[in-house]
Write a protein that binds this ligand. Structure first.
Ligand code: PNW
Length: 474
């Protein structure tokens, strides 16, 4: 069979979708070009001191104007897939269907046609964090009605672009939006709401995802025949010791970081351990209800089973240590979760302090997700390494090789259906609150040049060799 011949040769399956990824706000620029509306990231980055060096995505890689160069790079590197996202306010300036910006529609149609001509499979994210500011003013991801607005946006995208797209991702990493944006307030809208914001946001994002999935299922699947999935970042978490407490904390930590957003979509509700914990701490704090919103039976039925594949981002791993119960003075997700997170000193650290190379974790988390949620297909939609942007990027090559080797073991040794891998990222780009400080690209972008000159790095040439042979070399 195909698998056994791959096993003998230790190679990736022939139709494996090797590719690279990016996201609208991080690469496009053109933040107010033509009739694009503002997203809450446009507004947030224009507030002084929110972002490293006061960097913004106003121009970024200028991919709004240079998408043909981006596709030419993908083609030159022999990549078979490209994951990009659609900017909601570039299509619908205020987020509502009242006005469609034709220039924005043309931009994505041109990109899709360019990809098609190059034989590159698009993997399209509907929402990679750039919420229209008007919808943020309406309450953003705390307001359940935003799910309806998202449904309208999704329908318009399926209608406009669906003939070109076989893989749709509804949203990128609810955990990032909900924890950074609404729990901690370090991402827009910028108001910390500890112990309440992340849960309410998760509730609304799950409903919005489910709405977008149902719209595809009811109105488009028969003609367009694509797949719709939710993206999540799930990192493998190791227990700091083998004590019963730390093992339970490890389990809890997987649920609070990954399962909170994943379990509703695959199994119809929050993980039980989170229901129990938040109920318990809420009561201790004098609430007569749980700070975790409850899904009604009708909602459970609506959200359950709304993912056709698992879009999995993997970056790193951490150690988890139980935190013994104390008082519960103020509500917070961290206190509900009751664990401490740290890195192991033996792990190689990237220039970004949060990102360690722990390649074994990739195989473990793929197995975890596969056993727990039983997806029929997994795509690794992000995996990448931060440095300061040098062309001789040996650190990135080592990281990618070690992670890919574990992904290959998950496919060949564990028999898991991982069908694609889009490394983060094609281009150096705007790294959210880190501005342009850290770089993840296979391709360097000169942010000091007006034409944002692109230069291929060593890692890109290495990756080209891997994807053409489907085998791993140094
Ligand atoms: C990703 N973690 O977020 C985002 O999807 C990208 O837009 C971003 O550029 C990339 O990270 C690199 O920073 C992450 O917990 C969120 O390990 C959380 C984690 C990793 C990446």
């Amino acid at each position: 069979t195909v698998l056994s011949s791959c096993l003998a040769a230790k190679e990736f399956p022939e139709d494996f979708l090797f590719g690279a990824a990016g996201a609208a706000y991080q690469i496009e620029g053109g933040w107010d070009e033509d009739d694009k509306g503002a997203s809450y990231w446009d507004v947030f980055t224009h507030i002084p001191a929110k972002i490293y060096n006061n960097d913004t995505g106003d121009v970024a890689c200028d991919s709004y104007n240079k998408y043909k160069e981006d596709v030419a790079l993908l083609k030159e590197l022999g990549l078979k897939s490209y994951r990009f996202s659609i900017s909601w306010p570039r299509i619908l300036p205020d987020g509502t269907p009242i006005k469609i910006n034709q220039a924005g529609v043309d931009y994505y149609l041109n990109l899709l046609k360019e990809l098609k001509a190059a034989g590159i499979e698009p993997i399209v994210t509907l929402y990679h964090w750039d919420l229209p500011q008007y919808l943020s003013d309406l309450g953003g991801w705390l307001n359940p009605q935003i799910a309806d607005y998202f449904g309208d946006f999704a329908r318009i995208c399926y209608k406009l672009f669906g003939d070109y797209v076989k893989y749709w991702i509804t949203m990128n990493e609810p955990s990032s939006t909900c924890v950074n944006g609404y729990e901690q307030g370090i991402h827009p809208p910028g108001v910390p709401l500890p112990g309440a914001g992340a849960y309410q946001c998760a509730y609304v994002q799950v409903l919005a995802h489910a709405k977008a999935w149902h719209i595809y299922d009811d109105e488009f699947r028969a003609q367009q025949n694509g797949k719709v999935g939710l993206n999540n970042v799930c990192n493998w978490l190791y227990p700091k010791s083998n004590s019963t407490e730390d093992l339970a904390a490890q389990d809890r930590a997987m649920e609070f970081t990954c399962g909170l957003y994943v379990n509703p979509v695959w199994n119809g509700n929050w993980p039980q351990v989170i229901i129990d914990r938040v109920n318990y701490t809420s009561q201790k704090q004098g609430y007569s209800f749980s700070r975790l919103p409850e899904f009604t039976p009708v909602e459970i039925d609506y959200i359950n089973g709304t993912s056709d594949f698992f879009a999995l981002n993997i970056y790193t791993s951490y150690l988890i240590e139980n935190v013994a119960e104390e008082a519960f003075p103020t509500p917070s997700l961290d206190q509900d979760a009751a664990y401490n997170i740290s890195g192991d000193p033996s792990w190689t650290q990237s220039d970004a302090a949060w990102l360690y190379s722990v390649p074994d974790g990739a195989r473990k988390v793929i197995n975890y997700v596969n056993e727990k949620y039983k997806p029929s297909e997994i795509i690794i939609t992000e995996n990448g390494w931060a440095d300061l942007g040098q062309l001789a990027d040996q650190g990135r090559i080592s990281y990618l090789k070690d992670y890919l080797s574990n992904i290959l073991d998950a496919i060949l040794e564990d028999g898991i259906n991982v069908t694609g891998y889009t490394t983060w990222s094609l281009l150096d780009n705007f790294e959210w609150t880190d501005g342009y400080l850290y770089k993840f690209g296979l391709v360097q972008v000169d942010f000091n040049s007006a034409n944002r000159t692109r230069t291929i790095k060593d890692s890109a040439r290495w990756y080209q060799n891997i994807t053409s042979t489907r085998q791993l070399f140094d």
